[in-house]
Each structure stands twice: as C-alpha cells, then as structure tokens.
Design a protein. Structure first.
Length: 252
C-alpha cells in the first residue's frame, strides 16, 4: 500500500513522525510536508512564488520532502512531482490540537486531506486534542486502527474522514463514534498591546461558546472521551436554500 503523509505542523513535528512510524507497518509512506509550521493555513495554495522541495533527514535517516508551501501545496506537489502516481490513501497529521467544529474550516491539516479527496483519493485527517503532554504514538496507533477499518469498508474514491483522538490515556478512550461537525462559533476577541517602539498590535483570543455545543457532534463526543470520525465533503452548496432560491423570480 502506498501512503502520502502530510501535515500542517511542519515536517519536523513529532505528530508526523509518530504517524509515519505507525503507518509504515501498513505500507510505504512518503512524506511531503511544509518545511515550517503552517497551522491555520486553511486551503491556501501558493501562486505568487516558486516552491522549493528539499530532502529532509533526521540523523542519517531520510524523513521525507519539505516544501516551502502550504499543506494543500504539499499534497498537489506530492502527488504530481514526488510520488508520480496514485497512492492508495492520503493521510494528514497527527495534528497537535483538535480539528472539530468550525476549526475544520481554518485547519491546514483538514485542508490537506480535502485536497487529497478533491484529487479522487481516499483521505484522512488525524488530530489529537491538545494537552500539556500529547501522546502522539498513542494517537497514531488509535488512528491507524480506525484508518485500517475504514479502508476495509472500501469507501468510495475521494472519501474524506476527519478523525479526532481525545487527550486522555489510550486505555481511557471510550470507543469510536461517527459524528457530525459542530457548528458552534467562537467568542472572538483581541488583546491590544504596545510594542517596544510604541506601536499598537493585536493578538487574537477566543473561546468556544461551550454552552451551545450539541450532544451528538464531534466537539461533544471528543470532549466525552471518544475517538470521533466525521465524513466531510467539499461541496459547500446549501441544497435546502438552493431548492428554495430556485423558486425566487430573478432577473438582470
Ligand atoms: Mn497544526
């Protein structure tokens, strides 16, 4: 089995190393990942500058290809220039920090998997809920079991599964749940500070409106200690509104 591995925390992130080690038991893993952290890069791609691809080694061991672009760039270039052929699946992660709810929209981790899905490949995003001592090896192990099982079910080509692993010790994980994406927004804010030259700058803060989290969603089930799996799609059409809108008289 051929696997393309990408992330948004950067090629040197421990979550990527853990997933590479775990998935190497399943097949040949090729890494194409941003050379620096690109978290919250969303689905951006690079159009205004060339992309450099460098071989990255850890000690004497080849780790993969570091790309000075976004996570989506890494998938595009990984498929067309590095692998030069279709892998069996695209994997993104393990990200440090959950990608549930509307975080999915900002996430470079999810965007990389989405890019794989757009290109017709079965893809998985894997994230570990944030903690002071993240257990990436444990998260990679749990996620690999889920990936294996989902691949056995032979999902349609281009399927995308967003997997989140809770921060608790592996033996305390309550199970796996398929869940829909939570849509609760954040109470965003900015802290204003002054730089050493007297200029003002702003730093985003923000907290999830937890009181609004619905019980059957990825956010709630992850908090409750389950591994959550959410199938995602990139067709953002609001079909209900489309049906209604078609009845509206429009003219130009
Ligand atoms: Mn990240």
């Amino acid at each position: 089995m051929r696997i393309l591995l990408v992330n948004d925390d950067g090629i040197h992130a421990p979550g990527l190393a853990a997933l590479k080690a775990e998935m190497s038991t399943m097949g040949t893993v090729t890494v194409s990942a941003p050379d620096v952290e690109r978290s919250a890069a969303g689905h951006s791609i690079t159009l205004d500058k060339p992309l450099r691809v460098r071989e990255v080694y850890v000690g004497n061991e080849f780790l993969g290809y570091g790309v000075d672009g976004s996570p989506a760039d890494c998938v595009k270039i990984g498929l067309s220039e590095i692998l030069r052929g279709k892998p069996d699946l695209v994997l993104s992660g393990v990200n440090l920090g959950a990608n549930v709810g509307i975080n999915v929209l900002y996430s470079g981790t999810v965007a990389a998997a989405l890019e794989g899905a757009i290109l017709g490949l079965t893809s998985f995003a894997v994230s570990l809920a944030g903690s002071k001592k993240p257990d990436f090896a444990g998260a990679a192990k749990a996620a690999s079991k889920v990936v294996r099982r989902l691949m056995q079910m032979d999902p349609p080509a281009g399927s995308l599964f967003n997997i989140n692993v809770p921060a608790c010790p592996p033996e305390e994980i309550k199970g796996v749940r398929f869940a829909r994406q939570c849509t609760v927004s954040y109470d965003d804010g900015f802290i204003m500070r002054t730089d050493p030259r007297g200029g003002k700058y702003f730093w985003m803060t923000g907290e999830l409106k937890r009181q609004c989290v619905e019980p059957d969603t990825d956010t709630a089930l992850l908090d409750a200690g389950f591994v959550t799996v959410t199938p995602l799609q990139y067709d953002l059409t609001d079909r209900g509104l489309l049906e209604k809108a078609r009845e509206w008289k429009m003219d130009v």
